[in-house]
Design a protein around this ligand. Structure first.
Ligand SMILES: Nc1ncnc2c1ncn2[C@@H]1O[C@H](COP(=O)(O)OP(=O)(O)O)[C@@H](O)[C@H]1O
Ligand SMILES: [Mg+2]
Length: 332
C-alpha cells in the first residue's frame, strides 16, 4: 500500500496510558528466551513465490502455498534490521483466529496450520515453520486491496480535509480527525506490484471484475469488518481500518486470502488511548515510530537498528494484541 492508501502509516504520539500489558509480562519473559527469532527464511529445496515485506511465500504443490510469517517489521515503508520476537507467530495465529471466527461470512484459503497435516515436502523445515506458518489454497488473487474504513484517519482524513469526501464518499461537514464514520466505507485500491497503490472507484473495479464480483467483494468486506470490530471493541481494541484480499480458487469460488485483521493489515488503536482531534497512537508500532522520530534518520533505506528496549516493548504490544483479541496465549 502507499502513502495514499497505506494503513497505519502516520507517525503517532507516545501514550502514557498503555501500561496494562506490563502486568502480564512475566509470563512472556519466560517465552522471550524460548522461541527462535526468524527474520528470513531460505528453503532452497522449495520454490519461493514471493518474499514480501514480512511474509515469505513458497509453492507447496500445484494447489497449495506455504505462507511463513517472519519476525520482520517495517516502518515508514522500510524493513528494519531488528526483528521483533513473536511477531510472526502473532500474525499467523491472529489470522487463523479470524479465519475461524469469520468463516460463516466467507470461505477462506486456510487449509491447516498444523505441521503434521502439511505435505511431506515441508516436513524437513518444521522447526522453522512451527506456529508461524499456514498451508493455504493457491488462488488467482484479485489485484485489489479491499480497504474498509470505520474511522477518519490517515489518508482518509487528509482526503476529507481537502475535499469533504473520502475516496468519493461525501461525508457530513465538521468531522474531526479519528471520528467514527457514520457508516464504514469500502474504499478499494489497486494492488500495485511496485510503488504506490491507487484508490479506485467501484465503477473502475467493476470494469476489471464485473459488477457482480464487485458487489460481492464490497458486501463481504463490510460484513467482515463490522463483525471483527464489534468483537475487538469488547476487548479494548478499536479497528480503525483494515484491508482484505480475495482470490478465486480452482472451483471459481471467491475466497478470502492473505492475512486477516492483523496489526500489519489494519490500524489498531487502544480503546483507552482513543480520542478525536488527534491521531491516536498505533497499538503495535507506537514505540518503533516514536523512537524513529527521535533519531536523525531520513526515512530512506537502510533503516537503523532498534534498541533492545524498543524491540521488547514492541514484542509486548504484539503479544498483547493477540491475547486481547483471541483471549488465549500465543503458541510459540
Ligand atoms: N491464497 C493465496 N493464493 C495466491 N496468492 C496469495 C494467497 N494468499 C496470499 N497471497 C499473496 O501472497 C503474498 C503475501 O506477501 P506479503 O508478505 O503480504 O507481501 P506484501 O509485502 O506485498 O504485502 C501477496 O502477494 C498475496 O497477494
Ligand atoms: Mg501483504
Amino acid at each position: 500500500m502507499t502513502s495514499q492508501t497505506r494503513l497505519g502509516k502516520i507517525p503517532h504520539l507516545c501514550s502514557s496510558k498503555s501500561t496494562s500489558f506490563y502486568s502480564s509480562s512475566k509470563v512472556y519473559q519466560n517465552r522471550m528466551t524460548a522461541a527462535a527469532l526468524i527474520a528470513h527464511t531460505d528453503f532452497s529445496d522449495l520454490q519461493l513465490v514471493k518474499r514480501g515485506k514480512v511474509r515469505d511465500v513458497y509453492a507447496a504443490g500445484d494447489e497449495h502455498l506455504l505462507i511463513v510469517a517472519t519476525d520482520r517489521i517495517s516502518a515508514f515503508d522500510c524493513i528494519l534490521p531488528t526483528p521483533i520476537k513473536h511477531k510472526g507467530a502473532v500474525l499467523a495465529q491472529l489470522s487463523r483466529f479470524w479465519f475461524e471466527r469469520l468463516k460463516h461470512i466467507t470461505p477462506n484459503h486456510l487449509v491447516t496450520t498444523k505441521l503434521d497435516e502439511m505435505p511431506e515436502m515441508l516436513q524437513s523445515h518444521k522447526d522453522k515453520l512451527r506456529n508461524r506458518s499456514m498451508l493455504v489454497k493457491r488462488t488467482e488473487v484479485f489485484p485489489f486491496e479491499c480497504v474498509v474504513r470505520g474511522y477518519l484517519a490517515g489518508s482518509g482524513w487528509k482526503d476529507y480535509l481537502r475535499t469533504g469526501e473520502v475516496c468519493g464518499h461525501r461525508l457530513p461537514s465538521g468531522l474531526c480527525e479519528s471520528d467514527e464514520l457514520p457508516e464504514p466505507l469500502f474504499t478499494p485500491a489497486t494492488k500495485a506490484a511496485e510503488g504506490h497503490d491507487i484508490n479506485i472507484s467501484e465503477v473502475e473495479m467493476s470494469a476489471f471484475v464485473g459488477v457482480e464480483a464487485t458487489n460481492h467483494l464490497r458486501e463481504v468486506s463490510l460484513r467482515l469488518y463490522r463483525e471483527a470490530r464489534q468483537h475487538a471493541r469488547t476487548r479494548g481494541i478499536i479497528i480503525a481500518d483494515t484491508k482484505f484480499e480475495f482470490g478465486r480458487d480452482a472451483e471459481g469460488q471467491i475466497i478470502l486470502v492473505d492475512e486477516a485483521l492483523t496489526p500489519d493489515s489494519s490500524r489498531f488503536w487502544s480503546a483507552n488511548d482513543y480520542r478525536t482531534g488527534i491521531s491516536p497512537p498505533s497499538f503495535d508500532k507506537q514505540f518503533v515510530r516514536d523512537y524513529l522520530e527521535t533519531i536523525d534518520w531520513n526515512k530512506q533505506p537502510p533503516a537503523p537498528p532498534l534498541p533492545p528496549e524498543v524491540a521488547e516493548a514492541t514484542t509486548e504490544r504484539y503479544l498483547e494484541a493477540h491475547r486481547l483479541l483471541t483471549g488465549t496465549e500465543l503458541e510459540d
